[in-house]
Structure formats: structure tokens, C-alpha cells
Design a protein. Structure first.
Length: 163
């Protein structure tokens, strides 16, 4: 049975992204890594992780956490968790290739949103969100990542040690 390596990041729904951005960046000193019109990715140690905190504008849900995300050590762990999630009948929201990580988003028994993800070691601007099939072989998934790197011109080294 696979296990999570550590808490990866937390996502929060927010009412006013600019006020929350000022609080987390200027007051707490976090670094803005990426953003779009409704999401901001922040990191306390940007050289270690893409982000520790995701702020996502959603005025209707601003008083509930968006999700808890957990880092996995290997692609194999992610595929094993995916199989266990299916076997236990937990609701899967989506499985996404973010370039820098592949994540499975699902609901815990009380319907809280949880993500388990594996770092790919690809430096990819966010947000990036392509569907990926975790029933593919590990080699095929790695091929998908290599193809993505080549088509985006990223061509950064990805070590098998992290796989």
C-alpha cells in the first residue's frame, strides 16, 4: 500500500484575491510564483516547491478549503493510490497533468477535496491542466511528459531517480 510523503500544499477559496494576496505575500512574505485571472500560486520556499498555497477566487465557497494536497514519492505510488481510490469507490473529480506534477483529485469520505500528486521535475508555468490516464503504463506516462516537454520547448532534464 503506498503512503503520502508529506503535505504538499493547501488551496483556499477566497472572496477577494487581491486582499488575500497582499496578506500572504506582503504580510507573511510568500513569493508569487504564477497567477491567472482567478488563481494565485504562492511559495514560502520557491526553490523547493512550486507552491505551498493556492488562492482561488470563489465568492460562494470562500469559507471552505479548496483542497488538501499530498506529495507522493513515485509515479508508481500515484498509480497505486489511483487504483485504491477506484477500488474504495471514492469520487474522482479529475486526474491532471500539470507539467510540473501529475495529480489525482478526489473526495474523502466526508466529501472534502483531496489531491495526491507526484512531482515530474519539469519546470512548467502554471496553471497547466491536461487530462492524463493513470491506467497507462509508467513508460507511456513518461513518454507523454517527454512529448509535452518537447512540444513546449521546455527540454529540461528529468531524472529517473524521482520516478
Amino acid at each position: 500500500m503506498p503512503k503520502v510523503a508529506r503535505l504538499g500544499h493547501v488551496g483556499l477559496f477566497v472572496n477577494d484575491p487581491e486582499i488575500m494576496l497582499e496578506f500572504y505575500s506582503r504580510f507573511l512574505g510568500m513569493t508569487v510564483i504564477d497567477r491567472d485571472d482567478r488563481r494565485v500560486f504562492l511559495a514560502s520556499c520557491p526553490d523547493e516547491d512550486h507552491h505551498d498555497l493556492l488562492l482561488a477566487e470563489d465568492r460562494e465557497r470562500c469559507n471552505e478549503p479548496q483542497r488538501l494536497s499530498f506529495v507522493l514519492d513515485t509515479l508508481s505510488d500515484l498509480r497505486e493510490f489511483y487504483a485504491q481510490i477506484l477500488e474504495r469507490g471514492y469520487q474522482i473529480d479529475r486526474v491532471s497533468n500539470h507539467g510540473n506534477a501529475i495529480g489525482c483529485y478526489f473526495r474523502d469520505p466526508e466529501f472534502n477535496r483531496v489531491e495526491v500528486y507526484w512531482h515530474t521535475d519539469i519546470d512548467c508555468p502554471q496553471p497547466c491542466n491536461d487530462t492524463i490516464d493513470l491506467t497507462l503504463s509508467e513508460d507511456r506516462i513518461l513518454d507523454v511528459l517527454d512529448e509535452m516537454e518537447a512540444s513546449a520547448g521546455l527540454l529540461l532534464p528529468r531524472t529517473m531517480a524521482s520516478c
